[in-house]
Structures are given as structure tokens and as C-alpha cells.
Design a binder for this molecule. Structure first.
Ligand code: BES
Ligand code: ZN
Length: 473
């Protein structure tokens, strides 16, 4: 039996930190606004100076909170590492986050500009507010609250905040093996994911992986008059559409041979746990604005989007895109593709089998080529054990409701590398809500989630430290 230290022995010493958070709330919202104002878009080279400025800004916040902080230059975007004052012999935890954000386009769909953050109702609107600036800033503020009020942290914390998560974490992938010693930790905590709603906080124990690629179909050497040559040479846009239609069945099942071979099926216990989540099919209709739901038969929407792999077209380009019409056979067509993967699929093997299938299905009238993109290994960890129990308790304390278990459909590429290079499991403790519009126009962060997340983080460290110490005995 693991003995869970009783609530009172924890509540008393951390009370000043919780009070500090309560009375500082307005300032902490202002800080988040300042952070979101920096347009740290990693995908767009024009924003490189903003990305660097953003790294310096968050490093400055860590320093004023009392953490020893370094901004590491890399071949790509800087990596910020910040440490709380050393507690000898105590457990060490890492908090990971990313200061880069997705491109804000299309601008005209934003009610207020993406980098001019505004509070409306309970939400702060702005690109990056929930993915991921607000969520790791909540962790920073929880630690700042402890340090400012003399609440001693029973552990060492190392914050690792990178600037390339939205483009595949390339720099951090190289950084990690070189710094495995100074980044050694008992576990990693990440808040870069979501929960169903504020009454249902959750510990996420699985993330999907991803395999990205670009496929290009080439036909005639140049765009041709469709009246003069239509019917005589193949149209690459048509050929690409036909090719892509052979990658996935109408029911959503991926048609690439062998694709499901390594998929770990959901257990009955997992399905029962996922069924406790409050989100219903009609919520997905409302959230997405789609006319009807779609997906692999035999699975609930929650299972489909978190525990089943998919094949998606993210972008499709060919021919004339300007105003009016132009009667051509385009000389080429291309598509950006990603597949979401689940344990135990391997991105490299998936890319190879998709490529082989595309080549096999390609007619002789066009040429197909496939360019590999980024990949991330799916992540899954047991939601049982003392660390998970400690995290669930902190969720209850921070949000005032019992923590549930869930899986997530998104990917955080570095998580499996933490396991590989540091031997550390990751606890995913999201603060984002389903309507936060991550990657969409009008991204927002709910300020009640922000406050609950900060409280949760204050409760978390004593709980996790106690769990590690108990397991050392
Ligand atoms: N925060 C997300 C990942 C996420 C979202 C995890 C929701 C769980 C629930 C992250 O910033 C992200 O968008 N990741 C990318 C990674 C990709 C570019 C390799 C993703 O999932 O598309
Ligand atoms: Zn993201």
C-alpha cells in the first residue's frame, strides 16, 4: 500500500503561496498579456527576431521569480533552462513548455488581433494564449508564489522551455542527449494539452504520434491549354485526388497495407475510463461546426480522436488559384499530409509504407514523389502508480473536482525523447479547454483554468515529492 500523506499536512504550509496567487491574479493576467503580445511564430522566418525576444522575455520572468536561468543558443531557436534553488537530496522534476506559437493566419477571422491580447468575459484571446504560453506561465507563477512567500519547495525544479515545438522540436532533439546529465529528473510535468471542462480536470496518459510528408504529382512539363490537350494527357490534380482517395476508405479506415499491424488496441478498462469523460458526440458537432461526425466505426468520438490513427490531408495545391477562371491542365499537384499515430506505430515505418502504397497506386501517366517531413513517436504511460495518484490529487485540489484519466489526440514530439534520453515518464496535466481554439482563429485561454492550473501546480510539488521519497524507501 502506498500511504498518501493527509491533506492537512500539505494544505497548511502552502497556504501563503495560494493566497499570493489569489491576490496577484490581475497582475498575472497582465503578464500573460505581455507574453502573448510577442509574435513568436516559429514557422515563419520573418518572425525570427520575435522568437528570440520571446525567449529572452520568458527567461527574464524566470530570473525575477528567483530561478537560475540560461538561454541556450542552438542551430534553431533558443532553449530556456531555469532552475529553482537547489535542495540537496530532494527529488527533481522537469516542467516542459514551448514559447513558440502557430501562425495566426487567416487574420480576418480574428475578432481582435492575434497579438493584441484582450480579455473578454472569462477568456484571454490571443495566439499562443493556451498553446502554450498560458499553461507554462501558470507553472512559473506557482513556483514564484512559493518563492515569494517563503513556502519551501520540497524538490528541485528545472523548467525547459523551447521555441520549436510547433515545427517538430528539432533543436531540442539535438540538445537533449547532450544535456542528459544536467536535465536528469524523476519525472516530467507538461501542461500543453486539454481537459474536457473545468469540472473535469484530467491526467492524460497517452498522446498520438505523427508522421508528416508531402506528395507531389507531376505531369506535363508546363501548364497546358485544357482545350488543346485535355483528354490526351493526364491531369495531375485529378491523378493526385485519385491517388489520395486510395489511402483511406470512406469509413475513415486507413487503406495502406499493414497500417494497423502495430496498433495497441484499447483495453476494456480504458474504454470504461474514457466513457466517464463528459464530452458527448453533440459536443463535437458544436465544437467543430461540422454538419455531421465522421470516423472509424465501432469507436466513440473520444476514442477515435485519441486512441485511433488517422490519415489527413492538411493542404492541397494545384493549378490556378487566382480570381476568375483559367482553362489549364496544371503541370503539377501537391498535398501536405500527416498521419496521427498511436502506440506502438513507428513514424519511420509508417512513412515508408505510405510512400510504397502511393508509388504502387500511381498510374504511369504521371510521376509521384514523396518528401519526408517531421515525425513523432506516440506516447503512452501507465496511469497507475504513485506519481499518477499524486497528480490526480493535485488536480482535485487545484480544480476542486476529482481528476479523471484521458488520452489526447495531439502530439508533443519531445515526450518520447524524455523517456529515451532521461528515462523519465511524463505527467500531462492540461489546462486548455476544448473551445480554446488552439491552432485556429480566436485562440483563447480561460482565466479560471489559468487560476486553477496555478493552484494545482502549487499542490503538485509536495505531492509528487512525497510520492518519489516514499518509493525510495
Ligand atoms: N499543444 C499541442 C499538442 C496537444 C494539443 C497535445 C492538444 C494534446 C492535446 C502542441 O503544441 C501541438 O500542436 N503539437 C503539434 C505537433 C506537431 C507540429 C509535430 C501537433 O499536435 O500538431
Ligand atoms: Zn500547438
Amino acid at each position: 500500500m502506498n500511504r498518501t500523506p493527509d491533506a492537512d499536512s500539505f494544505a497548511k504550509p502552502i497556504a501563503p503561496a495560494l493566497e499570493w496567487l489569489g491576490r496577484s491574479h490581475a497582475d498575472l493576467v497582465e503578464r500573460l498579456r505581455e507574453y502573448v503580445r510577442i509574435p513568436s511564430v516559429s514557422a515563419q522566418p520573418a518572425h525570427a527576431p520575435d522568437v528570440r525576444r520571446c525567449a529572452e522575455w520568458i527567461a527574464g520572468r524566470f530570473r525575477s521569480a528567483g530561478l537560475e536561468t540560461h538561454v541556450h543558443a542552438t542551430a534553431g531557436n533558443p532553449i530556456v533552462v531555469a532552475r529553482t534553488p537547489r535542495v540537496e537530496g530532494a527529488p527533481t522534476f522537469m516542467v516542459y513548455g514551448h514559447y513558440d506559437v502557430q501562425p495566426p493566419e487567416p487574420f480576418d477571422l480574428w475578432t481582435t488581433p492575434p497579438f493584441d491580447p484582450q480579455v473578454r468575459g472569462e477568456d484571454l484571446f490571443g495566439r499562443g494564449s493556451s498553446d502554450n504560453k498560458g499553461q507554462h506561465l501558470a507553472h512559473l507563477h506557482a513556483v514564484e508564489a512559493c518563492l515569494a512567500t517563503g513556502v519551501s519547495l520540497p524538490c528541485n525544479l528545472v523548467f525547459l522551455v523551447e521555441g520549436e515545438e510547433e515545427i517538430g522540436s528539432g533543436a531540442l532533439q539535438s540538445f537533449l542527449p547532450l544535456h542528459r546529465r544536467d536535465l536528469a529528473c524523476d519525472a516530467v510535468v507538461i501542461s500543453d494539452n486539454g481537459i474536457p471542462d473545468l469540472e473535469h480536470p484530467a491526467l492524460t496518459y497517452a498522446l498520438r504520434g505523427i508522421a508528416a510528408m508531402e506528395v507531389r504529382v507531376e505531369g506535363p512539363a508546363k501548364d497546358l491549354h485544357s482545350g488543346l490537350f485535355g483528354g490526351t494527357v493526364e491531369n495531375p490534380a485529378m491523378a493526385l485526388c485519385r491517388l489520395l482517395s486510395r489511402m483511406r476508405g470512406e469509413d475513415g479506415r486507413v487503406a495502406v497495407p499493414g497500417f494497423y499491424d502495430d496498433v495497441v488496441e484499447l483495453s476494456a478498462h480504458e474504454r470504461a475510463e474514457l466513457a466517464r469523460l463528459p464530452t458527448s458526440p453533440s459536443d463535437y458537432l458544436a465544437l467543430t461546426g461540422s454538419p455531421a461526425l465522421f470516423g472509424e466505426p465501432g469507436f466513440t468520438p473520444e476514442e477515435q480522436r485519441t486512441a485511433r490513427p488517422t490519415f489527413e490531408i492538411n493542404g492541397l495545391t494545384s493549378g490556378y488559384q487566382g480570381e476568375g477562371s483559367k482553362t489549364i491542365i496544371p503541370s503539377w499537384a501537391s498535398a501536405k499530409l500527416t498521419l496521427r499515430l498511436v502506440a506502438n506505430q513507428d513514424p519511420g515505418r509508417v512513412i515508408a509504407s505510405v510512400k510504397a502504397h502511393l508509388e504502387r497506386c500511381c498510374p504511369p501517366t504521371v510521376r509521384v514523389s514523396v518528401k519526408h517531413g517531421h515525425g513523432a513517436v506516440p506516447y503512452m504511460v501507465s496511469p497507475e502508480g504513485p506519481l499518477a495518484a499524486a497528480a490526480l490529487q493535485a488536480l482535485q485540489e487545484g480544480f476542486g473536482h476529482p481528476g479523471l484519466l484521458m488520452r489526447e489526440g495531439g502530439s508533443i514530439p519531445i515526450v518520447s525523447s524524455f523517456k529515451e534520453h532521461l528515462g523519465a515518464d511524463t505527467l500531462l496535466l492540461g489546462m486548455a479547454l476544448p473551445d480554446d481554439n488552439a491552432h485556429s482563429p480566436n485562440e483563447k485561454f480561460n482565466l479560471r483554468a489559468y487560476a486553477a492550473g496555478m493552484r494545482m501546480a502549487v499542490h503538485l510539488w509536495p505531492r509528487l515529492a512525497a510520492a518519489v521519497l516514499a518509493s525510495r524507501r
